[in-house]
Ligand binder design. Structure first.
Ligand SMILES: NC(=O)c1ccc[n+]([C@@H]2O[C@H](COP(=O)([O-])OP(=O)(O)OC[C@H]3O[C@@H](n4cnc5c(N)ncnc54)[C@H](O)[C@@H]3O)[C@@H](O)[C@H]2O)c1
Length: 413
């Protein structure tokens, strides 16, 4: 399969293996996610341009060093040979994140059907993307009337719909517009794709994920294992910055990022970085600040033209790929995400919390609560400081969703 002409798109996940981090496990229920686990990488995607039947294959350049990775790859290639099979719907697909994300997902060997929805400009994006000779079939949908057809049968629904920040804005400043967008889209997901994994990208994630969860609850179809706030970009940034600061190969670096996805609620656990790296207090302070403010770095650099789109699309594609591998039966897929696990992981008053989870056939199968044990004093203080901030955002989202409860979902035919 691989050849000299092959170009790679590295969506490599955290490069740990099971032996490095064995923390115990417990079973999850649909209502409540709480348990422990360990960390394993996702495969890289690779486009084989040398083949007459060009298609995306899954390879991993560092497989020699990690037998877990190799095992995962074999499964993905076998599935790919059968033409994939999963349906992914992207809501907000014509936007700054939506377009490159759609392209990356169009390249996944696990995806056979890609449905793109937006309130604007979706026909052009769909026509453009459909010309890529990768197997996934692309279809475009626009307007509320077409939302049902877009969502029907989706395995994963990704939501980047909504407005991004401009310089000087916090993520919470987006609540006024984005809360309603996520509520309406979550209602449609409940009605037309109640079994799908839901990946919420729209900010403020600390509030929009509780909104989506609350709407699904009101509709009677909530499964805590299946609703995610996509915080992968925080991990991607942390890995990039730590590798650069410590002059380490990128593929070797794994930094869990927990808490939430806004300013001080973003907490990189540098003490839990792999490989084990010594940091001075100054380095911890500087890296933590940079990871927390990385989104603002991009917003300021774009000077009014939006927030992170390309890196976010990359991160979201990595999370979709990880989720699909979980659905596909790969038992060793680990990512950080903002999920309902907080009561067990961080504090009873925090239902939602970003932490590392194991992804499987039903979404979240295990939560690495133990990763929060044995953290540094600096991190322990930051964790205590973020709790009231995160609680306020979660409560705000839940209160919003409860103001106008959604009608129960219609029975699926
Ligand atoms: N989770 C993260 O780490 C992260 C990172 C960066 C940005 N974001 C968030 O992602 C969101 C999107 O950012 P972007 O840069 O792509 O914005 P954008 O404005 O470029 O694109 C948003 C798209 O959503 C569409 N849209 C708006 N309302 C819609 C609706 N009701 N239904 C369907 N589509 C709708 C718009 O037409 C547009 O195409 C923002 O809220 C941003 O803050 C999250």
């Amino acid at each position: 399969m691989a050849s000299a002409a092959m170009s790679t798109l590295n969506l490599t996940s955290s490069p740990l293996n099971k032996q490095q981090l064995r923390l115990g496990a417990a079973t999850l229920t649909a209502d409540h996610v709480s348990s422990f686990s360990s960390t394993i990488p996702a495969p890289s995607l690779c486009y084989s341009s040398s083949s007459s039947r060009s298609h995306w294959q899954s390879i991993n350049p560092t497989s020699r060093r990690n037998p877990w990775r190799r095992a995962g790859i074999n499964r993905v290639v076998a599935k790919s040979g059968a033409g994939g099979g999963y349906k992914v719907a992207i809501l907000g697909a014509a936007g700054g994140i939506g377009q490159p994300l759609s392209l990356l997902i169009k390249m996944s060997p696990l995806v056979s059907s890609l449905h793109l929805y937006d309130i604007a400009n979706i026909a052009g994006v769909t026509a453009d993307l459909a010309h890529c000779n990768t197997p996934a079939k692309v279809a475009g949908f626009t307007g509320k009337d077409e939302l049902a057809a877009c969502l029907a049968g989706a395995d994963v629904v990704v939501i980047p719909a909504g407005v991004p920040r401009k310089p000087g804005m916090t993520r919470d400043d987006l609540f006024g517009i984005n809360a309603g967008i996520v509520r309406d889209l979550a209602e449609a997901v409940a009605d037309h794709a109640p079994a799908a994994l839901v990946h919420v990208i729209t900010n403020p994630i600390n509030s929009t994920v509780p909104i989506a969860a609350e709407v699904l609850k009101q509709k009677g179809v909530y499964d805590a294992r299946k609703v995610f706030g996509v915080t992968t970009l925080d991990v991607v940034r942390a890995n990039t910055f730590v590798a650069a600061a410590k002059r380490l190969p990128l593929a070797d670096v794994d930094v869990p990022v927990v808490g939430g996805h806004a300013a001080a609620t973003i907490l990189p656990l540098l003490s839990k970085s792999r490989p084990k790296i010594p940091f001075t207090d100054e380095e911890v302070e500087a890296l933590t600040r940079r990871i927390q403010n990385a989104g603002t770095e991009v917003v300021d650099a774009k000077a009014g033209d939006g927030s992170a789109t390309l890196s976010m699309a990359y991160a979201a594609a990595r999370f979709v790929e990880a989720s699909l591998r979980g659905l596909d039966g790969d038992g060793e897929v680990y990512e950080c995400a903002f999920v309902q696990c907080g009561e067990a992981v961080a504090a009873p008053e925090l239902p939602f919390f970003a932490c590392r989870v194991r992804l499987g056939r039903d979404g979240v199968e295990e939560v690495m609560a133990a990763e929060l044990k044995g953290i540094s004093d600096y991190e322990a203080r930051a964790l205590e400081a973020l709790k009231p901030l995160l609680k306020k955002s979660i409560d705000k989202g839940i209160a919003f969703a409860r103001q106008q409860p959604a009608a129960p979902a219609p029975a699926m035919g």
